[in-house]
Write a protein that binds this ligand. Structure first.
Ligand SMILES: *[C@@H]1O[C@H](CO)[C@@H](O)[C@H](O)[C@H]1NC(C)=O
Length: 798
């Protein structure tokens, strides 16, 4: 609720005091860093180790009995010194001569009997009240304290002479403690108090009010009397005292605190005040002793605007409630406050009432209050905070007869709305409704005044705000803090909502489009909710970032992640998730694209660099190396004459002669060629078999030409069935040119099988690959193989 909406008059009676105190407090509040609190720590001296920068020093409620110059002179920046409730008996003001900035000095509640004077020119607040002074402790030098605003004094004797030095000062507040004031029989003094805004007189707490001194004041706005104990007899003493002091038209504000009186005398006092120019009458701590009976009293015309009574006790329990309540209900004033009482009821005024403002905070009123009461026609503000109200329906009904009611405060009760009671009826004029700290649930939204502007529902039991609530078009401010809401409300039904307080609920995922839906939102306070920091929250965080900073109150400090565990405690402002991990479609697309790109790259690389060819070659090379190693050497050496027999088609002979042979022979590989090594006289077949059998390996140069050659097939057939080295281990197939599968005649199933097994080495076209190709061929031969010479063979008598 904005401050401006509170009725100014409501606080008026405080104005006198607040003006003065606030001035001093505000002035020092920014110096808190140099403020030292040493109260209540059983000090007997002012400690020496204080910082010379100390500006505010509180040493109240200790056992200090003396102050010396050296205790305090180094605190040259000291502005405020609180020494109340100590044991100082004697004070020389010259101890403060180096504290040139000292403005506030509180020496109340000590045992001071004597002071010696030395002006501290900077003093604005000097409190010497509640000490053991005999005469008023006013030095001649005090007359020079032109800055002085507050002066607290105490004395057991009052003499006009004593007050003369300050008679010309214009003070804000004089506190005169007369607790020890001692009255000599039949001696009546008179005392002229200097000009002051506020005069506060404190009388002895335990004796009946009596006063043997004529106190008069020049100009005074507020008068406060503390400890006023009255009975039937001395009631007139007070009345006499009051009529003396309230002469001029200036006294507007009158306060009585700690007043004990009979009901009869209380009524007399009210009767006294009614026709006076006093506008605000406050009574704090009123005790009514004795019986309460009907007193005849009619309220005359009055300038009194407000009566405020806080904390009433009465000592008798059986009394006329009507007499008590009637005395208040019939008052012809605008504002009445009766708070902190044991009153259970208030009567409906008999005639049309003047009340505009009624404050019944902290009583024991029930739902029966003002039911069917049609005389409160001017009532604008009704405060029923902290009572025993239970039924919201009845509260609505009560207001029905208050056509001017604008502000209703029923906070801190036990209110519930039971839908069985039927539709609520409210007076249409209510604009501010405070129902905080009750037991209301979601149903309360079906029982609201039609034109409510400001609605306070904090600290109730609301779980959700229904979407379809009627009559909330006028709602501008809604406070639903400290409930159990799990969602932010939509602004659909609350089209004027501009202030929303929804902190301390159970909202985990506020929607990202909240600000779009609530265009009029000026201020939202949604901190201290258990935010779930997951993808869904991103939009909200983003939208907060875009909103003007003053709109989201408490940001960023009270907006903190609660879940998941890993983010607990992280401010929402620092919570980031990548857009990728929050968007499944995007994630899938990214993965697919990545895989595709990778596949294409690999394929391209393979095709471009012929990687599979290299892999195959390396693989075969290692296999051959291994196999070659496994064959027992001796056995081989006994039988073979050549390393290799080469079978090829005549059409390929150029390649064999120019490429194959030179490369093999370079590595000392002996080759059996049919043209070169054929033994004349033997048949071709015999020669082939002979050549194959004498060779460790057989190399076949495959090409379409090879396939066409009948002889080559024979050679292949024989080589494959070599008796000595069974299996295809002894075959090396070189594919010189690709052979289309269909070109191989079907009868050559052996060749077909070999081709499909792809155990051949392809002759690469690219020169760069030739090295690896040859390495692979050569690896198939065991280098250590020492062969039987051809000569010995020739000598052989075959
Ligand atoms: C409602 O009353 C509570 C105390 O009972 C107070 O704190 C709060 O500020 C009031 N709300 C409004 C909108 O005045």
């Amino acid at each position: 609720m904005t401050k401006g909406k509170e009725p100014i008059i409501r606080n008026f009676h405080l104005v006198c005091i607040v003006n003065l105190v606030v001035g001093i407090i505000i002035q020092f509040s920014d110096e808190s860093e140099f403020s030292v609190d040493m109260s209540k720590i059983e000090l007997t001296h002012i400690p020496r180790d204080l910082s010379p920068k100390t500006k505010v020093l509180d040493m109240s409620q200790n056992y200090i009995s003396e102050i010396h110059l050296s205790d305090i002179s180094f605190l040259i920046e000291l502005k405020v010194l609180r020494l109340s409730h100590n044991r100082i008996q004697c004070l020389d003001f010259s101890v403060f001569k180096f504290n040139q900035d000292l403005e506030y000095l509180d020496l109340s509640y000590n045992q001071l009997q004597k002071i010696s004077c030395h002006p501290v020119m900077s003093l604005k607040h000097l409190d010497l009240s509640f000490n053991d002074f005999d005469v008023l402790p006013i030095c001649k030098e005090f007359g020079k304290l032109t800055q002085l605003n507050f002066l607290g004094l105490s004395a057991t004797k009052l003499k006009q002479l004593d007050i003369l030095p300050i008679a010309h000062l214009k003070l804000g507040y004089i506190l005169l403690d007369l607790e020890g004031y001692y009255v000599k029989e039949n001696e009546v003094e008179s005392l002229q108090i200097p000009s002051t805004k506020i005069l506060h007189l404190v009388f002895p707490p335990n004796s009946l009010f009596s006063l043997q001194v004529n106190i008069s004041v020049n100009i005074i706005e507020c008068l406060q009397l503390t400890n006023v104990k009255l009975n039937e007899d001395n009631c007139k003493v007070l009345i006499k005292f009051l009529s003396d002091i309230i002469r001029g038209p200036n006294l507007l504000n009158f306060t009585l605190s700690h007043m004990a009186t009979t009901w009869k005398c209380f009524i007399r006092v009210l009767e006294f005040f009614w026709p006076r120019p006093v506008e605000y009458l406050n009574i704090y701590n009123l005790t009514i002793v004795g019986s309460i009976n009907k007193e005849d009293f009619t309220y005359s015309k009055t300038t009194l605007k407000a009566l405020k009574i806080e904390h009433i006790t009465h000592t008798v329990f059986i009394f006329s409630k009507t007499a008590l309540y009637r005395a208040f209900s019939e008052m012809n004033i605008m504002m009445l406050t009766l708070s902190d009482t044991t009153f259970i009821h208030m009567l409906c005024p008999h005639t049309l009432s003047t009340f505009k403002f009624l404050n019944f905070t902290n009583n024991v009123f029930t739902d029966s209050i003002f039911q069917e009461c049609s005389t409160l026609v001017k009532l604008e503000t009704l405060i029923l905070q902290k009572n025993d109200l239970e039924n919201l329906f009845k509260i609505g009904l009560m207001t029905k007869q208050m056509p001017s009611l604008k502000i209703l405060d029923v906070s801190w009760n036990s209110l519930q709305y039971n839908t069985q009671d039927g539709l609520c009826t409210w007076v249409g004029s209510i604009v501010v409704l405070n129902m905080s700290s009750n037991m209301l649930t979601d149903s309360v939204f079906r029982c609201l005044p039609p034109r409510v502007n400001v609605l306070d529902l904090h600290s109730n039991r609301i779980r959700s705000i229904p979407e379809d609530v009627n009559h909330l078009e006028a709602l501008r401010e809604l406070n639903v803090a400290f409930n159990s809401l799990t969602k932010l409300p939509g602004c659909g039904a609350m089209s004027s909502l501009s202030v929303l307080i929804i902190e301390y609920n159970s909202i985990s995922n506020p929607p990202g489009d909240f600000f779009q839906n609530c265009q009029k939102m000026r201020s939202i306070r949604a901190g201290n909710n258990p935010f779930q920091c997951t993808c869904e929250l991103r939009d909200f965080i983003q939208s907060v970032g875009q909103a003007p900073s003053e709109v989201v109150e408490g940001w960023p400090d009270s907006y903190v992640c609660d879940y998941p565990e890993s983010s607990k405690g992280t401010p929402l402002k620092d919570f980031h998730v990548s857009p990728l991990s929050c968007n499944t479609a995007l994630l899938i697309v990214t993965i697919v694209v990545t895989v595709l790109v990778l596949a294409i790259t690999v394929t391209t690389l393979c095709v471009y660099f012929d990687v599979p060819w290299y892999l195959r070659m390396v693989c075969q090379w290692t296999q051959t190396r291994r196999r070659a190693r496994n064959i027992p050497l001796e056995e081989l050496q006994r039988t073979v004459q050549f390393h290799a027999f080469i079978s090829y088609s005549d059409h390929d002979s150029a390649w064999v002669k120019n490429e194959l042979l030179p490369n093999l022979e370079k590595e000392d590989i002996r080759v059996c060629l049919h043209e070169r090594n054929f033994i004349p006289g033997k048949s071709i077949v015999e020669n082939i078999i002979n050549c194959i059998e004498k060779s460790y390996k057989s190399i076949f140069v495959l090409s379409p030409n090879f396939v066409q050659s009948e002889w080559c097939h024979y050679e292949l057939y024989f080589a494959h069935h070599n008796l000595f080295h069974e299996g295809s281990n002894n075959l090396i197939l070189i594919l010189l040119e690709p052979i289309p599968q269909d070109n191989i005649p079907s009868k050559y199933h052996k060749l077909k099988a070999l081709m499909t097994q792809r155990t051949y080495l392809e002759w690469p076209k690219e020169k760069s690959k030739h090295g690896l190709f040859w390495a692979n061929i050569i690896a198939a031969f065991n280098a250590k193989l020492t062969l039987v010479t051809e000569n010995s063979d020739e000598k052989d008598p075959t």
